[in-house]
Design a protein around this ligand. Sequence first.
Ligand code: NAP
Length: 478
Amino acid sequence: MQINKVLEQSAQAFTTYKKTSLAERASFLRNMAASLGEIKEELIPTACEESHLPEGRITGELGRTTGQINLFADYIEEGSWLEATIDHGNPDRTPVPKPDLRRYLVPIGPVVVFGASNFPLAFSTAGGDTVSALAAGCPVVYKGHPSHPKTSLLVYGAIKKALEKSGLPTAVFQHVEGGIKEGQDLVKHPLTKAVGFTGSFKGGKALFDLANSREEPIPVYAEMGSTNPIFVTEKPLGDLDKLAALYAQSLTMGVGQFCTNPGVIFIPEKFAQRFAQTAGEKLEAIEGQTMLNAGIQRVYSESLSEMEKLSTVTWSKKAEQSDKGYPALALTDTTSWLADKSLQEEVFGPFGIVVSYNSQEELMEVAQSLQGQLTITLWADQSELVGQDDLISTLQEKCGRLLFGGVPTGVEVGYAMQHGGPYPSTTDSRTTSVGVYAIKRFVRPFALQNCPDELLPEALKEANPLGIPRTMDGKLVS
Ligand code: NAP
């Protein structure tokens, strides 16, 4: 289908869709979740076959996908996200009358979404980017991912059914198949108003640059991954075996194909060798598995081969030479890691590097040198963090989510989740791509001045017919 026609239809659908009430939009989203549930018997095996991910994982991912759609439905009905704000006017104010000002958030227009290979459901056709845009009131043009075309079309069918059931134009959601050219044409089209993307740094940055070179630049919300460092202090290493098992498990979950995979772990020097050896033994017991696609497998194998040439790295577990993604674990020290950028880059797959450090100063140096990350994790006893305000505040500058214990894999979908950190983990650290706050990417503030009550949108009418929380003359009223 011609890209121009797709965007024209999308812009046309926007004229209707943006006028839907919150209840109508929420009802459509609930219909969408139900439609996906109805095709579960066909969808799960198809997604398993195309992604090589096991049935349990895909079943869980479908639950996550429908769960997040229903969460967005509840969220938009509650209404606080509209940030309705009213400053009453005062015609008698001197020397000049005070105007009546009312502001809320309005949808931005057609959004182009690029799905991810590693989440064929939750970050793809009906995934978080799509749903947050639809919840905001924006139509979506979805560029199908070549790793799971049949899955994508099945989901598209379910969304179309939900649109029909809800009496909405089918062009509220359109599906485009194709490659790089179609993707770039979608981003360049003047009717496109924003882009959501999950994938490689190379792809996300290319689309970001393209969007900024347009006559009318548009925002690109690209989530491009990170190495998700774990910082370990001495006290927790009293339980080294347990921590090594936890690390090995997180590193290999989903064949390491998560943007929150903990690719680097900093361990005090006196424990580093033993930690690497113990984690390496745990990894020995884990079989290699087929990765998402041949390209991802090739890049994984090539990255490890390159690293194996380095004299600054030793291996506690090497990956087998195979067409499967086998886990691998390397060991180096802070000086080598700081000196060699190639050791700091994300290797997409079940690979981790243990970095030994020998002082608090070294740890601080590492923290200061970090690139922007989605997550950073601290494995530290609370007593060891007292007086470490500088370290914690440095880490805050470097990531979107700071964890105290646990592992970064397993990103909860909720109200407070932040999945997005400073560049290069994303192209815009002010937003998230997981959780309801993701809606803010696809809205813009709009104010009305001295507008008669009858002409005001429901969210801003004096009587508050929607019953939503609002800020009135500087005070939150709910
Ligand atoms: P990708 O190569 O970045 O592709 C994602 C989507 O963006 C695809 O639909 C692709 O289109 C499109 N695309 C990429 N570059 C483009 C460009 N220059 N112009 C227009 N469209 C472009 O990601 P992937 O296929 O999911 O996986 C490849 C690598 O991405 C992995 O090895 C990994 O490093 C990384 N990755 C990161 C995450 C994450 O969570 N951040 C998730 C998955 C993968 P076509 O496929 O049609 O070319």
